[in-house]
Design a protein around this ligand. Structure first.
Ligand code: ASP
Ligand code: MG
Length: 432
């Protein structure tokens, strides 16, 4: 089986949804799982709805519900006869449930996390109801499934954790590959063992797709979005950026960490563990080959360059470090106490430099660190990361990197920890 996942912009209206079906139809003989996000913007509207419910603002809640209903109902115009009835009934059922939840919350003057999660996940139920209708209309053997009956999670509403053995057992029992069959599933949503609806956190649909793919041991997972795969760098900053044909999971994970937001590393983890390739494709440009993310990729060298702003560099200098042990332990226990995660570290005999992304109490952290030595804090820094395979093996690479910097001051270099990432800390203004 092959899993196809479509993001919000890929299902934003009738035209987009038809395009989705055109993309999947040629592959139907392998047996398909189609995972969809909510229509673009719908999850945000649902968040507004939840805010309105919490603020007991009935008028706004009603306006938002009506707008959502109007937008989804418009897609029904593309349908006739039985397909239209089926999709229309499914839409109505979801809106009935949503209105019941909203009304109940107003009556109780309370919108609990479970109610808000049930509302938040409705967008995916709506988009998939429409896709199912369109698929039937197109003559596909479409089965509309309820992800809440397959994807089992804990009860951390809004950011639920997946219970894998339970999920795997359910998915593999229900989604059996059969030529011609298209299973349509919602991304982003699941339910607890007791059947209470949950969501996986914003952008969670890719994760759902990867979980479903892992559970059925799919041949591949295709993530369809609105860019030509993963790019060598941010095309808004560098117009000559190119898409990367093949890269490894590890490289994709490094890139995601540094802000290339195409696929999130946690998202592809279930696929990574089973060696399932993930293909990133563009719905608006389907003939473009996109990017394949897989365990191994040929060719060494720099695959991509990513940057991240908002970095703070902290340097602690102390004579006491010289030939002593236990210093780093003391140092990091302070970061631990301040619940602050350290990203890059470099040490010398008398000083340690490290970067953090944010800290709730930077002054408190500084004071605590001063018990260990002199502290220098440099805000407004940035990390420039070069990601690629075997960067160490080629001495030429380092020479070229520093030559390209043309004298831009580098405040910290971190290389080797992951073997596929060289990170340089620069002044924020030097990043672009
Ligand atoms: N619809 C959800 C969101 O916007 C999940 C997703 O699109 O992946 O966060
Ligand atoms: Mg989305």
């Amino acid at each position: 089986m092959v899993v196809f996942k479509f993001g919000g912009t890929s299902v934003q209206d009738t035209e987009a949804m038809k395009q989705v079906l055109e993309i999947i139809t040629p592959h139907r003989e392998t047996g398909l799982i189609l995972v969809s996000s909510a229509m673009a913007g719908v999850t945000n509207t649902l968040i507004e709805l939840i805010h309105a419910v919490k603020a007991e603002d009935r008028a706004t809640a009603e306006t938002l519900l009506n707008a959502l209903e109007e937008r989804h109902t418009r897609v029904l115009d593309a349908l006739t006869a039985k397909a239209r009835d089926i999709a229309s009934d499914a839409l109505k059922a979801v809106f009935r449930d949503m209105r019941t939840l909203v009304k109940g919350s107003f009556l109780l003057g309370d919108c609990s996390p479970r109610v808000s999660d049930a509302l938040l996940g409705s967008g995916e139920l709506l988009s998939t109801a429409l896709l199912h209708g369109l698929a039937l209309q197109a003559g596909l053997s479409s089965h509309l499934m309820d992800a809440r009956k397959l994807l089992v999670t804990d009860d951390r509403f809004g950011e639920a954790g997946v219970l894998w053995p339970e999920t795997q057992a359910k998915v593999s029992a229900v989604l059996t590959p059969e030529p011609g069959i298209v299973y349509i599933l919602q991304g982003f949503i699941g339910a607890t063992v007791h059947g209470v609806a949950t969501t996986l956190g914003r952008g969670g649909s890719d994760y759902s797709a990867s979980l479903f793919g892992a559970a059925v041991q799919a041949q591949r997972i295709e993530i369809w979005t609105d860019v030509n795969g993963i790019m060598t760098t941010d095309p808004r900053k560098v117009p000559t950026a190119r898409s990367i044909p093949v890269m490894t999971y590890a490289e994709a994970a490094e890139l995601a960490f540094f802000g290339a937001k195409v696929v999130h590393p946690a998202t592809i983890q279930p696929a990574v563990e089973r060696g399932i390739p993930v293909l990133v494709k563009n719905t608006k440009n389907p003939s473009h080959p996109g990017t394949i993310v897989q365990a191994e990729a040929p060719l060494s060298g720099v695959r991509a360059i990513a940057g991240r702003q908002g970095v703070t560099l902290i340097t602690v200098t102390s004579g006491r470090m010289l030939m002593a042990y236990g210093f780093l332990k003391k140092l990091f226990s302070i970061f631990d106490a301040f619940e602050t995660s350290v990203d890059l570290v470099a040490t010398s005999e008398v000083s340690v430099s490290m970067t953090i992304n944010s800290c709730q109490d930077l002054d408190g952290l500084r004071q605590a660190l001063e018990s260990l030595g002199t502290v220098r804090i440099q805000p407004d820094m940035a990390i420039l990361s070069l990601v690629g395979k075997d960067l160490w093996k080629d001495g030429k690479f380092l020479v070229e990197t520093f030559a390209a910097l043309q004298g831009i001051p580098v405040h910290l270099v971190s290389m080797g920890a992951s073997e596929i990432n060289v990170s340089l800390v620069l002044k924020a203004g030097d990043l672009d």
